[in-house]
Design a protein around this ligand. Structure first.
Ligand SMILES: [Zn+2]
Length: 246
């Protein structure tokens, strides 16, 4: 099994946190965590590093990201995208913040094109704006991490010029609405993620999440598909390997 989206801290304990997993993709939220991902990937072969700047981390200098993208251990760019939660939408300087988020997002899309790396997209309360930006680019690919666009936007994402995957996390184990969304998406477009240390699946909801718990996301997807765990595992692992080239 592969956890395609995790944030790992410096207190990392490999034999517990990634027990039984073939690989874990570490998402970068800012320059510091991106550098830490590269360091961890160098040290632990099962960890793979993404580097990127999250839309809530736009005080970091975007011009310093390219150096990290060029690193041999970087396999993807992200997470990057847009986050327009109420707190941001209602801010006095929303226009300015939105423009800066979009600028950072586009610059990371350009890096993905230049270096031919997949993107890990963070879109929170900004799915329409995200789809709009992605529709302007060809020759990119990636995942809409922790997809929250509902059933109504699935087709819009599938109709985008490049191939996009949909990431599902531990909240699938306790949000019935997400099961309905999952059913709308072709099986070869689904990835399992944890977003550790957040979004802990049942039966550990309320506790700290870790990549090893991605197995509960796999199990839930198998349930919703009405498929064996073995076959589900093969499909999800193949999807992750195809997108990230691991
Ligand atoms: Zn994340």
């Amino acid at each position: 099994m592969i956890d395609t989206h995790a944030h790992i801290e410096t207190t990392f304990c490999d034999d517990v946190e990634i027990a039984g997993l073939e690989a874990v993709i570490l998402s970068g939220a800012n320059l510091k965590t991106s550098k830490n991902n590269l360091f961890l990937a160098e040290k632990y072969p099962r960890l793979k590093a993404a580097v990127g700047i999250h839309p809530q981390e736009i005080d970091d200098d975007i011009n310093l990201l390219e150096e990290l993208v060029k690193n041999d251990n970087s396999i993807a760019i992200g997470e990057c995208g847009l986050e327009f939660v109420d707190e941001i939408r209602e801010a006095d300087n929303f226009e300015e913040l939105a423009a800066k988020q979009k600028d950072y997002f586009r610059k990371q899309i350009e890096l993905a094109r230049k270096y031919k790396k997949p993107l890990i997209i963070h879109a929170r309360k900004a799915m329409d704006e995200t789809i709009h930006i992605l529709s302007e680019y060809e020759g990119i690919k990636g995942v809409i991490h922790c997809y929250s666009g509902g059933k109504k936007r699935v087709k819009k994402v599938l109709d985008l010029p490049s191939e996009w995957m949909f990431g599902f996390d531990g909240n699938l184990t306790y949000e019935p609405g997400l099961e309905e969304v999952l059913k709308e998406i072709p099986r070869d477009r689904i990835l399992a993620e944890t977003d550790s240390p957040l979004l802990t699946p049942e039966p550990y909801r309320g506790k700290r999440n870790m990549p090893a718990y991605v197995k509960y996301v796999y199990k839930k997807i198998a349930d919703v598909w009405g498929e064996s765990l073995e076959k589900t595992e093969k499909i999800l692992d193949d999807n992750a390997k195809r997108l990230f080239g691991i």
